[in-house]
Design a protein around this ligand. Structure first.
Ligand code: INI
Length: 154
């Protein structure tokens, strides 16, 4: 058996970030954690592109534009869909997650699902804040790891 193991190394990896303006205070927390963790693992600032979209529903298409450009090794989508705030939670959250997975599989470019889906605002804040859940940081690590797997492994 050959187990593929390598330390996280973001040097030379290019990242596209799609950030949702809806619930933007949450997205900013996620973004802060993502950028800090990308830096920690040596992703260069000039190798990061950021685009803002209206909400989670728009995230898959923006992610596809990044992926199709072939200028990034991974895309990270950041946002929050909060059940308490919308009767169409299931549509927005469901389409965002399905769309992101589809873009990833269709293009071969890893697209990381950093869109929180929570019951209420407090839960979203808890998961997003750098000092508590730091989901944005986790997404940065997942993006680097997947970029390395796709680039280097097989
Ligand atoms: N978009 C979100 O990112 N989060 C939400 O919680 C949300 N709610 O509550 O509706 C939301 N709606 C907007 C949606 O993503 C689109 O931007 C909009 O429908 C225009 O297409």
């Amino acid at each position: 058996m050959k187990e593929l193991n390598f330390p996280l190394n973001g040097d030379g990896i290019r990242i596209g970030i799609v950030a949702c303006r809806f619930n933007d205070a949450i997205t900013h927390q996620l973004l802060e954690g993502t950028l800090a963790r990308l830096k920690k693992f040596e992703v260069k600032d000039e190798d990061i592109d950021l685009v803002w979209v209206a909400g989670a529903f728009e995230a898959p298409l923006a992610a596809k534009s990044f992926a199709d450009s072939k200028k990034v090794n991974a895309v990270i989508c950041l946002g929050a869909v909060i059940r308490g705030e919308t009767p169409h939670f299931d549509y927005v959250a469901g389409e965002a997650s399905a769309g992101i997975m589809r873009v990833s599989l269709d293009t071969g470019v890893p697209v990381i699902f950093g869109i929180l889906t929570t019951e209420d605002y407090a839960q979203a804040l808890e998961r997003a804040a750098v000092k508590s859940g730091d989901k944005g940081g986790d997404c940065a690590e997942a993006a680097i790891e997947m970029a390395q797997i796709v680039k280097d492994s097989f």
